[in-house]
Ligand binder design. Structure first.
Ligand code: AR6
Length: 176
């Protein structure tokens, strides 16, 4: 599914965030220490290799809502933007901290003049954020930010399961 708003495309696809060869940057759903882990962080660190882990570690720790950028090493991308999402029920207010992840990632992408970026559904795995609520936060932030984007033309949301893809499709239809 693709939607175009003011020259920026928001695309939803099912897949693996570590296998997005048509995007300049991919976003990692990181941990505070910027180490490898489960889920997205495990897939990204494994595919990128130990040099990613060592560059990322030098920038740790980060706080919920923050983002940092590294090279992508063995991934088929140029950059990885590492975002620490809130742990649902613990890091409050969760919606603001999650929105900060998206706005800080977009800011870093713009600074590097990146034209395409792929996001996973940050915080919706191990960190327990309900998928539908998280999708509303993400898409609201994208739409709010679109007028300030100069370089970014393609924002891709990569969902691991068909169920999560369908929830995101429904939320995007509702918001647009
Ligand atoms: N590609 C795309 N999406 C994925 C992939 C993948 N390869 N793997 C999982 N997902 P999570 P979080 C989905 O747990 O909730 C890590 O261990 C998954 O189904 O990766 O922000 C870190 O080290 C879910 O919808 O991130 C942190 O400690 C979404 O991506 C912690 O987990 C996010 O799941 C971060 O937790």
């Amino acid at each position: 599914m693709k939607k175009s708003i003011s020259g920026v495309t928001i695309e939803l696809r099912q897949g693996d965030i570590a296998n997005q060869g048509d995007c300049e940057a991919v976003v990692n759903a990181a941990n505070a220490q910027l180490e490898t882990g489960g889920g997205v962080a495990g897939a990204i660190h494994t595919a990128a290799g130990p040099e990613l882990t060592s560059e990322a570690r030098s920038m740790a720790p980060i706080k919920p809502g923050e983002a940092v950028i590294t090279k992508a090493y063995n991934l088929p991308n140029q950059y990885v933007i590492h975002c620490l999402g809130p742990v649902y029920g613990q890091d409050k207010p969760e919606d603001r901290l999650l929105a900060n992840c998206y706005s800080n990632a977009l800011k870093l992408a713009e600074e590097k003049q990146i034209s395409s970026i792929a996001f996973p559904a940050i915080s919706t795995g191990i960190f327990g954020y309900p998928v539908e609520d998280a999708a509303k936060v993400a898409f609201t932030k994208f739409i709010e930010s679109i007028s300030s984007l100069k370089h970014l033309k393609n924002i891709i949301f990569v969902l691991y399961s068909e169920k999560d893809l369908n929830i995101h499709k429904r939320v995007l239809e509702q918001i647009l």
